[in-house]
Design a protein around this ligand. Sequence first.
Ligand code: PAF
Length: 283
Amino acid sequence: MTGSLDIVRSVADLRSRVKYWRDQGLSVAMVPTMGALHDGHLTLIRQGLELADRVVASVFVNPTQFGPNEDLSRYPRQEAKDAEALDGAGCHLLFAPKVEEMYPDGFATTITVKGVSQPLEGAFRPGHFDGVSTVVAKLLLQCLPDFALFGEKDWQQLAVIRRMTKDLDLPVQIVGVPTVREADGLALSSRNAYLSPEERAIAPILYQALQAVADGLKTGKSPEELCHRASADVLAGGFASVDYLDVRDAETMTKVAKLTRPARILVAARLGTTRLIDNLGVE
Ligand code: PAF
């Protein structure tokens, strides 16, 4: 260990650490994660350190955001490695609760954010954003940080969390941090670990497809036509299926026929058994 990372597992211990800092007038940033940390997560920690005096990371593989046929059981779990990476990045505290701490017997509350959570991931992963909203609301209320940082790679998740935070008047500033990419454009993701070497070589096609749509939009071409062509390119490149590839309003996730407000091109596609998502902004 290089720094001074502490690990707590109960909400009571998390609150008492944060109170101790608050009593000294220190500000706090939180980085919620599901672990299997990569440089994208560590960028969130570094950004948190620029914004606040103390940074708390949470590592919790949240069962309620996985569907019955999703990868909950095989989701990578590597707490010791994650703790070492957090420590090296200068994170002060790791909150790593057990499932029983977050969802004790009798737990009965779910937060649903309507509208923004319904299309795209919401349509392909029913209940996913209810799980995300509920666990993020809990984490934010448990820690009460000044800032909470999330990667833009999960753009729709970020939009859902922003909406929820505003609607519930949570006293936290939500900060989106740009996606970190490999040299060939592949967005860093814990799920990249599932890719075989052959699939890893194909994976950057996803980002190339987003770039092709962004370039086409700049020349005034229709979003629908561009997305149709880009999906065909992703399939021709070796992906097994494309769940969606679409241009949406960056804040509300409603469909965009003409670019009048900031928009986002979003994609989800399967490569072998791995589902990858990515997105790119267009002004
Ligand atoms: O993006 C993630 O890792 C998760 O969805 C989050 C925000 C930590 C909630 O479990």
